[in-house]
Design a protein around this ligand. Sequence first.
Ligand code: PRP
Ligand code: URA
Length: 212
Amino acid sequence: MKEYSNVTIFDHILIQHKVAILRDKNTSQKEFRELVEEITTLMVYEAFKDVPTKKVIVETPLEKCEQNMVKDDSITIVPILRAGLGMVNGVHALFPTAKVGHIGLYRDEETLEPHEYYCKLPEKVTESTVIVLDPMLATGGSAVAAINFLKKRGCKDIRLMHIIGVPEGVEAVAKAHPDVKIYVSTLDRQLNENGYILPGLGDAGDRLFGTK
Ligand code: PRP
Ligand code: URA
């Protein structure tokens, strides 16, 4: 894969350790859900060192001091339904007041083309950094469609966060949206003929919600 300056792949062992358990076909639905949240929190911790800040005065038991805090309303989370929902709590663990928008997309199983079926965004979404969440970046079709949509609505600072991606998906997003920062905990080998990531973890939505 070509090197893209806007792509971050996390090689932190604490993230990789959890990804190994997540992939395992014997991992339970409960553990899968918990791991998706935990991995998301670790990625956000690593990725968002540049979040907008504000200075506040805090009174400790001993004296007053000046302290940096995260600026209000600086982050909006946009999970791509369904599987992106599994990552929301992982972001809220670090940005508890972040507003949440939803974009509903599903992939046609034959053409692999994304179809939109739902969208609801917070009022001031355009003034914030938008973190688009989806555990899987396969062909990249869903991610590109979600970003197209957010840009049409006026969003400027858009970041994409996935747990597992493949070079095809990263290339597709980086080509269509070179301004968007992409965070992927692990880059896998390839897609199979049905558009599934190899080695991957199977269908993220089904494993999160127990639908198969
Ligand atoms: C999965 C996944 C992504 C998409 C990735 O969703 O959660 O949204 O596929 O594939 P792409 O990069 O080729 O677009 P799916 O369409 O299966 O819907 P679901 O979340 O409702 O299971
Ligand atoms: N969506 C998934 O949930 N898994 C894949 O491997 C590809 C797309």
